[in-house]
Design a protein around this ligand. Structure first.
Ligand code: COA
Length: 204
């Protein structure tokens, strides 16, 4: 594996940029929306916390700005972190993709998890697919990781549908860390995409 960090990637309609503080305020405006953060962040539903207090703190840019700055510093200092801000070419930032080491195997950087979000107004237009395709190409060909293993709640069809469109294989079902409004854990699907499978698919 090559520890080279992210670099700017271009697709037909998008520019995938190494994150900077400049666009973090706009990303925060997207991420503070409950229908985005509930799937993307360690939210109270996942850790027995208080959603109201969480949302209050999330709505406070002065507090959040410090956290966003820390994240940018970490990305700048660590070539093992891969995060992109997704921009429409000559347009606004609309989302983010990360390809981070698995939390259960931090000493195995070549096995990764993937996470994504796109602003609601820009969903359903193929932007996540377009961005993820370019990022997978970079991660498997240039960074040379071995596999991506990830999961999505079964009711979050837009996310696992995207995994299937990208060639991920469903491994099975699991209990997710997400809870429904009654506090019950939601079932999730786990998915995998190995380097071999990815390279073979592209050869055909
Ligand atoms: C999951 C998520 C990132 C998907 O983003 P998206 O940009 O809407 O995904 P895409 O547009 O690439 O693909 C979705 C649909 O768009 C449509 N689409 C694809 N290309 C298109 C195009 N060029 N023009 C118009 N529509 C298109 C397709 O109908 C596709 O669905 P299909 O494969 O069933 O046909 C987004 O729903 C999201 O941010 N969700 C909240 C956060 C989240 O759940 N994160 C993941 C946690 S596991």
């Amino acid at each position: 594996m090559e520890f080279i960090g992210a670099k700017t990637l271009e697709t037909n309609r998008l520019e995938l940029k190494v994150p900077t503080m400049k666009e973090q305020y706009d990303l925060w405006q997207i991420l503070k929306q409950e229908n985005i953060n509930k799937w993307y962040m360690p939210t109270p539903e996942r850790f027995h916390g208080d959603r109201e207090a969480f949302q209050k703190s999330l709505n406070d840019w002065e507090k959040q700005e410090k956290y966003y700055q820390m994240k940018i510093d970490m990305l700048n200092e660590n070539s093992n972190m891969f995060t992109w801000s997704i921009f429409i070419k000559d347009g606004p930032v609309i989302g983010q993709i990360t390809v981070q080491p698995q939390s259960y195997s931090p000493n195995c950087p070549e096995i990764r998890d993937i996470g994504w979000f796109i602003a609601p107004d820009y969903q359903g237009k193929g932007y996540a697919y377009e961005a993820a395709e370019a990022i997978l190409k970079y991660m498997f060909y240039e960074v040379e990781i071995e596999e991506i293993k990830t999961s999505a709640a079964e009711i979050n069809k837009s996310s696992w549908n995207l995994m299937e469109k990208l060639g991920f294989e469903r491994l099975g079902e699991d209990v997710s860390t997400y809870k429904d409004e009654n506090g019950e854990f939601l079932p999730s699907f786990t998915y995998i995409l190995t380097r071999d499978k990815y390279l073979n698919k592209r050869k055909r």
